[in-house]
Design a protein around this ligand. Structure first.
Ligand code: BGC
Length: 704
């Protein structure tokens, strides 16, 4: 790549005028980093659109980037928590805020198209893109995903403060059987219908304009060849009128990697005929070959003109929705809120509501500001660790591109003054394994324990995504666990802060820690959010959006079945024993649930009937706090073996000390449906439990 990055106008001219390229993506990924300031983006986008405007068609280019937790490729933008953290907030308005601010700042950079949100389910914790998901539950993903799309797109006509969303990666990409990126998934039709498709369908209902296709394969069929999913389901059944885009070079990969197509040319035909409307052929000169081959395919009748016209119409429709024909570039001076305090406050709130208190023995937290504090650990002083991948660069590892936001260590210093700080270990990723190195200062830290009241130990993982993030084991790196093991010998109370995109196994160090705080990848405001929770300025209210595994080899989800509980060692139903359960999260106050009641005992299986559930929650502690109240259903017996719990509703509320609120939810027939043996959605008569926290009640579903 050329450094500094400049547009080669001869190549741009050739691409637009000779090859009629209609879309451009991304940024270069080189040693100087791809992050541009707004001035630079202005010159890039204006140049591109000038060439497009002066081409024979005059059709504007649609430019896209991965602005997945803020305008990640524009310097001084506002960075939110990655999706896994956002989901832990259980707060739909914060998800919408993330969408709005990201859209605003992406558009402020002249870019109208965002490759986000990820709606793949996070049910494979070792997968390198787990952090990009909204967690393991379909309902939470559906609701959060739709809120993000609303934030990105605004209304039906997208104005210059909003962008087109791109739902990805349609569909099943997040469940590779091996846990490694872009490897085969095996997904039964029922699981596809019940878990993987609904978040996409919901976002399409919200008007999402574009969809990116799964780079892997499901049941032997590569995402890019799956006509059933792309054309029959997405376009025909759901009525999606926007366009689908391939993932990186995936037309080519049908030949080179999936080996379902004996030539690149055949791969192009397969993908377009399956319903992919735009090819992400990101490199020069490969795209030229693609253009030539596609023309040949049309001339030979292997791809019909109708299919091409359909794809073109869809792409033009999205460009029209974005108003690109009237206004291909934006008025850069009208974005006075870019990187503003107002935006930062929203990102801070999202981070503060996502951080999850997993353990707090004897209420060691919040800490007293006068305590003598030691901060140690490789994620304590790193903005890269707080932000994760897709931040300033693809893998997000380089510290040098970050703005001046405080790390955890710095935020603690800002709060209480000078502290002792040690690295403890050095993060390192080699040949796909996290082989952290010992740090010289661990000994000094152990010696210093006697002069300190508490050690805040910040562990985690280096940012990574896609194939570079494939790892061999979920175990927290040995050298990092060693920090806690060594410190604990001195008897100093340990507060473990996890800064991680996937749940690393910590079953040996959790018992040595008095408190555990899960920060996820909270973004630029994460340092402040963690510090404010440690010192009690903020009362934590995040709840895990996934089941935190205790063992590397046991990955179970909250919606497991009775048969998964039997333990051959105890002959009890106690096999489900995660480190922490889905939706676990403590507060500095306490909540009491009471008065669960149903307005009737029978629900009729038609579209109109509903049962109203009410429940009261009282803040029984001494400080104001937020609580996400969740309603689960358990179908007692069903033709298809039922899961023990299924989330069907939630609401996050705020309560003052002693305050009591009564919430109501409604249950309808559709909430009780499953995908039956005959491959149709159905409900069955019978009894069900409503579960809210530790309260339970039953009702019956009856046919009319
Ligand atoms: C990723 C997508 C991303 C695209 C463009 C691909 O490798 O799988 O999620 O949007 O690159 O950067």
């Amino acid at each position: 790549m050329i450094v500094p990055h400049i547009i080669d106008t001869a190549k741009l001219n050739e691409a637009i005028n000779k090859y009629k390229i209609g879309s451009i993506l991304n940024v270069a990924n080189g040693p100087e980093g791809p992050t541009f300031n707004r001035e630079k983006w202005k010159s890039v986008i204006n140049t591109v659109q000038d060439y497009a405007a002066n081409s024979s068609s005059g059709i504007p280019v649609i430019y896209g980037v991965d602005a997945i937790h803020g305008a990640t490729y524009t310097s001084n933008s506002t960075l939110f928590p990655q999706e896994i953290g956002l989901a832990a907030s259980w707060n739909l308005s914060l998800a919408k805020n993330m969408g709005e601010v990201t859209a605003y700042e992406t558009r402020a950079s002249g870019i109208p198209w965002n490759f986000s949100p990820v709606l793949d389910l996070g049910r494979t914790p070792i997968w390198s893109r787990f952090f990009e998901t909204l967690g393991e539950d379909v309902y939470l993903t559906k609701k959060m995903g739709a809120a993000i799309v609303e934030g990105y797109q605004g209304g039906s006509k997208i104005d210059e403060k909003h962008v087109a969303a791109c739902l990805k990666h349609y569909v099943g990409y997040g469940s590779p059987r091996s846990g490694r990126d872009r490897t085969p998934a095996l997904i039964p039709q029922r699981t596809m219908e019940e878990l993987h498709l609904p978040p996409f369908e919901e976002a399409i209902k919200k008007g999402a304009l574009t969809v990116m296709i799964n780079s892997g394969e499901v049941n032997g069929i590569p995402g890019h060849k799956n006509k059933y999913l792309i054309t029959d389901v997405l376009k025909n059944k759901w009525g999606f009128a926007g366009f689908t885009v391939s993932d990186w070079e995936d037309f080519i990969m049908l030949h080179k990697v999936a080996q379902t197509d004996s030539s690149v040319k055949q791969g192009i035909a397969s993908a377009i005929n399956a319903g992919v409307d735009m090819s992400m052929v990101p490199n020069n000169p490969e795209y030229k070959k693609y253009c030539k081959l596609l023309i040949e395919l049309v001339n030979e009748g292997a791809v019909s003109k109708d299919r091409i016209n359909d794809a073109v119409r869809r792409i033009l429709r999205v460009k029209h929705h974005l108003n690109l024909f009237e206004q291909p570039t934006v008025n850069y001076s009208s974005y006075t809120d870019f990187g503003s305090k107002k935006h930062i406050a929203k990102a801070y709130r999202a981070a503060a509501e996502s951080v999850t208190l997993l353990k707090n023995t004897d209420n060691i937290l919040p800490l007293n500001k006068n305590a003598r504090i030691m901060v140690i650990g490789p994620s304590a002083n790193s903005l890269s660790c707080l932000n994760g991948a897709w931040t300033h660069t693809w893998q997000g590892v380089e510290e040098k591109y970050h703005n001046n936001h405080p790390t955890i260590k710095e935020a603690i210093e800002n709060e209480i003054g000078e502290i002792s700080y040690f690295k403890g270990s050095i993060m390192s990723m080699e040949n796909g394994d996290e082989v952290d190195l010992p740090s010289q200062d661990l000994k000094a830290a152990v010696n210093a324990c006697k002069n300190h009241d508490v050690a805040i130990v910040c562990l985690g993982e280096l940012p990574s995504t896609e194939r570079p993030g494939d790892i061999y084991s979920l175990d927290m790196a040995l050298e990092q666990r060693n920090i806690i093991k060594q410190l604990s010998k001195t008897g100093i109370p340990i507060v473990l802060v996890l800064v991680e995109g996937r749940p690393k196994i910590i079953n040996d160090i959790e018992p040595l820690s008095a408190a555990v705080l899960q920060a996820y990848l909270p973004g630029d405001q994460g340092g402040r959010a963690v510090s404010d929770i440690l010192f009690g300025k903020v009362n934590p209210s995040g709840k895990l959006p996934y089941t935190y595994p205790r063992h590397n080899g046991v990955v179970m989800h909250y919606d497991h079945k009775q048969s998964e509980l039997i333990n051959g060692n105890t002959w009890q139903n106690d096999f489900f024993n995660p480190q922490w359960e889905f939706a676990h999260g403590l507060s500095y106050t306490t909540f009491e649930y009471s008065e669960l009641s149903l307005n009737k005992k029978n629900l009729y299986s038609n579209d109109k009937d509903s049962i109203v559930v009410s429940v009261s929650i009282t803040n029984t502690g001494k400080r104001e706090g937020k609580e996400s109240v969740q309603l689960y259903i358990n179908d007692h017996y069903a033709t298809i073996s039922p899961s023990l719990k299924k989330l069907i509703a939630f609401d996050k509320i705020s309560l003052l000390p002693s305050e009591k609120k009564t919430l109501t939810f409604s249950i309808r027939n559709e909430d009780l449906m499953f995908y039956g043996a005959d491959n149709t959605w159905q409900s069955e008569e019978g009894s069900f439990s409503v579960i809210i926290k530790d309260l339970k009640s039953t009702f019956n579903l009856k046919n009319d």
